[in-house]
Design a protein around this ligand. Structure first.
Ligand code: NAD
Length: 484
């Protein structure tokens, strides 16, 4: 069985200080397919941060042209391995190869960051003063397993585009995908110390990064609980913290909406990645008179999933990532049944004919009470809670009555009224009538869904410090002005 034993630090594959190996379990076969180091320690973190700090001195002074060329080389090295990455994510996390965006998406993000460097104003004048944006320093990147390549790639390339150096700690549920990412960065000729990878557990490696005095900024994506711990630890040395956390996003279907379109879209969007998606519309709000009709569309759409081997192209839903996630989803489905919601389809136990693999039945609950557990907590599985409302005012209140505020969705016939509704949702990213999102506009959450935004110019600024320089009014005149 193949073993992955090393971290990537200062341009070298190096042995961890604690050589503990852990099996990677294929969620489809429930058997190990590789052994990976999981014993990263605070000493390994210190080595990586020291390398990143050393590299920062020169990398922060590279020209935009050099960084654009570097991002181009990363894109080229990535492109060569897209199919392999797709298969690897199927094996490591259970993501079907048919979910092609998981493998190709990162490439698009590298290109967006590269193009941004051509237009972004790092130096501007504001009222006669020069205002510069400079790389913030050494950045710790902590990522989850559900977008095992895209999330760490976005963090690393925006950090590098800004002129920062980075230390990545990926989820210990998807370390091999991160190892391939490090190989790609190595092949692209990222200077030594600019990109470092330390593998291991959140409470060891993640905690050591969060507290390290020489880390200037932490970009964390994961659960709200872990994000809060990172924020607390980072506060001790006043690091900048960017948090992308959990969600319980609502899709509000106004009475004049195309109900069938809204319902079918909701299933597709909520059950993508077997429901393991931070922006999943896992609450659907439907007028009480339309509940039965909505449920019939939802059940029909859910029945179309082809569960199976994620490595097969016809599979549209794979197993969930691991036994712990399977057990957690089962517990929530049982809670939904016990709370008295209507089980429209799915339920506990494995789907018929799927005894092997961590498969969950696509599950839809109707008539869900807004204050019930399944309406309030992030389940992170293919489970949809459909909540009835009587008036639009009540729908808005239910949608906003959540500790989370990541995504929001509105379906409606009247554009003006729907826009008004979207504007009043307390969430960071809203889609109207199933509109697609893009990689240029900011992504992030209100309330306990996070702090800060990723992607595009706003995402780049997470990795930049701001400096005002006075006394150079003549030079400032030739610079573009910041818009008021
Ligand atoms: P998780 O919080 O368990 O782990 C995320 C990362 O944090 C992992 O690398 C983990 O090892 C590390 N970690 C855990 N405890 C830590 C600690 N005390 N200190 C430092 N690091 C620690 O989350 P997960 O199960 O990997 O991912 C699922 C969660 O991520 C969901 O809640 C989902 O909504 C969220 N998520 C959010 C977004 C977003 O953009 N808002 C995107 C993807 C996933």
């Amino acid at each position: 069985m193949i073993s992955y034993e090393n971290h990537f630090i200062d341009g070298q594959w190096v042995k961890p200080s604690n050589a503990h190996l852990k099996p990677s379990i294929d969620p489809y076969t429930e058997t190990p397919f590789a052994m990976v180091t999981s014993g990263g320690t605070a000493d390994d973190v210190d080595r990586a941060v020291t390398a990143a700090r050393r590299a920062f001195a020169s990398f922060s002074r590279t020209s935009l042209g050099e960084r654009i060329a570097l991002l181009d080389r990363i894109a080229a090295a990535y492109e060569e391995r897209v199919d392999e990455i797709s298969l690897l994510m199927a094996r490591e996390v259970g993501i079907p190869v048919s979910a092609r965006a998981q493998a190709t998406g990162p490439l698009g993000h590298v290109k967006v960051a590269r193009d941004l460097l051509r237009t972004y104003g790092f130096e501007k004048q504001m009222d006669g003063t020069i205002v510069r944006r400079e790389p913030i320093g050494v950045c710790a990147l902590i990522s989850p397993w559900n977008w095992p390549m895209q999330t760490p790639v976005i963090k690393a390339i925006y950090g590098i585009a800004a002129g920062c150096t980075v230390v990545l700690k990926p989820s210990d549920a998807s370390p091999i995908t991160a190892i391939v990412m490090a190989e790609i960065f190595e092949k692209a000729g990222v200077p030594k110390g600019v990109f470092n990878l330390v593998l291991g557990k959140g409470r060891e490696v993640g905690a050591a990064l969060s507290i390290h005095p020489d880390v200037d900024m932490i970009s964390f994506t994961g659960s709200t609980g872990a994000g809060a711990k990172v924020g607390e630890a980072a506060a001790r040395t006043v690091k900048r913290v960017s948090l992308e956390l959990g969600g319980k996003s609502a899709n509000i279907v106004l009475q004049d909406a195309d109900l069938e379109k809204a319902a079918r879209w909701n299933i597709q969007r909520c059950f993508f990645n077997a429901g393991q998606s931070c922006h999943a519309p896992s609450r659907m709000l439907v007028h009480k008179d339309q509940m039965d009709q909505a449920l019939s569309f939802l059940v029909d759409e859910a029945s179309r999933y082809r569960l199976g081997d994620p490595k097969e192209t016809e599979t549209t839903m794979g197993p969930v990532v691991n036994r712990a996630q399977f057990d957690s989803i089962q517990r929530y489905i049982q809670i939904g049944i016990d709370e008295g919601a209507t089980l429209a389809c799915g339920g506990t136990g494995k789907p018929d004919g799927r005894n092997q693999g961590y498969f969950v039945k696509p599950t839809v609950f109707g008539d869900v009470a807004p204050d019930s557990v399944i309406a309030r907590e992030e389940i992170f599985g293919p489970v949809l809670a459909v909540i009835p409302y009587s008036t639009e005012a009540e729908a808005l209140e239910i949608a906003n009555d959540s500790p989370y505020g990541l995504g929001g969705y509105v379906f409606g016939g009247d554009r003006e009224r729907s826009y008004e509704f979207a504007a009043r949702l307390r969430a960071g990213r809203i889609c109207f009538n199933g509109a697609a999102t893009n990689s240029v506009t900011p992504m992030g959450g209100y309330k306990q869904s996070g702090i800060g935004r990723s992607m595009g110019s706003v995402g780049l600024e997470e990795y930049l410090e701001i400096k005002s320089i006075y006394g150079f009014e003549e030079e400032a005149e030739s610079l573009p002005q910041f818009a008021a």
